[in-house]
Design a binder for this molecule. Structure first.
Ligand code: VIB
Length: 228
């Protein structure tokens, strides 16, 4: 069994929880309140700025020029592609880019991006790839599943989100990253494979927590408890 198939099986329960989360279900049936999506959008914009840095670190860590090219392309895709989806949504919601850039990341958002950046700075290219794959791949799984709901991809607001993450081009990008992790995992010791699996599971858990944070519009719990 390929390494990705193996870690997918290990993470399946966690991913199912994301599929069943009211935020994700709300995108699928069109009932997610727009202000909840707006909160997510702003947090996700900040998240992606850090995510792009993980790809930049990938360029630094890779030796193979093809891998360097791909990581650079992914980084460009986020800064000029994925962000354009966010920017389009922001425009529709009347949120300016400056507002998004002025926003503060939630505690969970910071924990997630700092975890990925720390794994990526101190770890191997395989560890870096294991940390970013669940983010990419789980969105594909969610996009594909939501796309099976009749009419969901045509929803006036959420349709574009679903079409984007269930698209063939997006799927190809995910498959490239899966193949890369499989190649990088080849010949690794059991200890190293266990470490890759742990990283993959941790960012899978963070993916779930990100949906939940956005659904609850969580910021810093300490501010809530002291009334800031
Ligand atoms: C919290 C969170 N997790 C995953 C994604 C999905 N995602 C992140 S980067 C990228 C493009 C591929 O490099 C995609 C699709 C997201 N937007 N926000």
């Amino acid at each position: 069994m390929s390494f990705c198939k193996h870690v997918f099986q290990q993470a399946e329960e966690i991913w199912e929880q994301s599929h069943n989360h009211p935020f994700v279900r709300g995108i699928g049936d069109g009932t997610l309140p727009i202000e909840t999506f707006q909160y997510y959008l702003v947090q996700d914009y900040l998240y992606l700025l850090d995510y792009a840095k993980v790809y930049a670190l990938g360029v630094v860590k890779a030796h193979n020029p093809r891998i360097m090219e791909q990581f650079a392309k992914q980084m460009d895709g986020i800064l000029n592609g994925e962000m354009s989806l966010h920017k389009q949504y922001a425009k529709r919601l009347g949120v300016s880019i400056e507002e998004m850039e002025r926003a503060k990341p939630s505690a969970m958002n910071l924990a997630y991006t700092n975890y990925m950046l720390s794994v990526s700075q101190s770890g191997t290219l395989a560890e870096l790839t294991a940390s970013l794959l669940p983010c990419m791949w789980s969105y594909w799984e969610i996009g594909k599943r939501l796309n099976t709901i009749p009419g969901a991809a045509d929803h006036v607001f959420y349709g574009e989100w679903i079409r984007s993450y269930s698209s063939v081009e997006y799927g190809e990008m995910c498959m490239w990253m899966m193949e890369l992790l499989d190649k990088l995992a080849e010949g690794k010791s059991d200890t190293e494979l266990a470490r890759l699996e742990e990283i993959f599971l941790n960012t899978s858990r963070f993916e779930y927590l990100f949906w939940d944070m956005a659904y609850r519009k969580e910021m810093w719990e300490i501010e809530r408890s002291i009334g800031v």
